[in-house]
Design a protein around this ligand. Sequence first.
Ligand code: MN3
Length: 244
Amino acid sequence: MRVMAGLAAGAILAPMVRLEAASSGKAENKIRLTLMAPSASEKYPYQLPPLPYPAESLTAAIDPQTMQIHHGAHHQAYTNKLNAALEKNPQLQNRALTDMLANLESVPEDIRGAVRNHGGGYFNHSLFWPMMSPQGGGIPAGKLDEKINLEFGSFDSFRVKFNQAAGNLFGSGWAWLVLNGEGKLEIITTSNQDTPLATGHKPVLGLDVWEHAYYLRYQNKRNEYIENFWKVVNWKQAESNFEA
Ligand code: MN3
């Protein structure tokens, strides 16, 4: 497999998610999320956002080769396949990806699977890279810290629950800390490239537990990967996701 070079170091362009509760006056309030990413695309044609740090800078948790393949090959493939699907469906080219992912039933059936899988992969990974940082780790601060303590009892008890969710997820998928429609924190998992948006959740922090995310270094020891993830979590990004 060819490893892509040319990862941009320096520019920290963080995808942000803006929550817009469009009150329709009924219980059927639609939660609309807009991907606010200077480096990720909101609409067709989608472009691979550069890594916000060098691929070799997260070695506390992830080896450089995994970072390069994961970003340059896997994320690039989701990007290419999403573009290929939308190229043949011009009526969807002006729709925001987050809108389609949050309302998959409104996407024509023949392209729904492509949007769900490749669009979901594009979105999830665009969120994932900025959620880590070479300066990451530690514990959250500010309002997110207060909320975690309030709803999980303590940071440690939150971490144990998140580890269990990520460790027990069967097959490929993601573990998430999300805000639900009532503004409460929840830990959820999604299978494959399903996104929290599809169930009306706003992502705060997410961890990719597909084997492609960790297998070169950890093989079957997914729990070690999950444990080391905490050393690189970018809590500033999680806090801005939470507060956005
Ligand atoms: Mn992945």
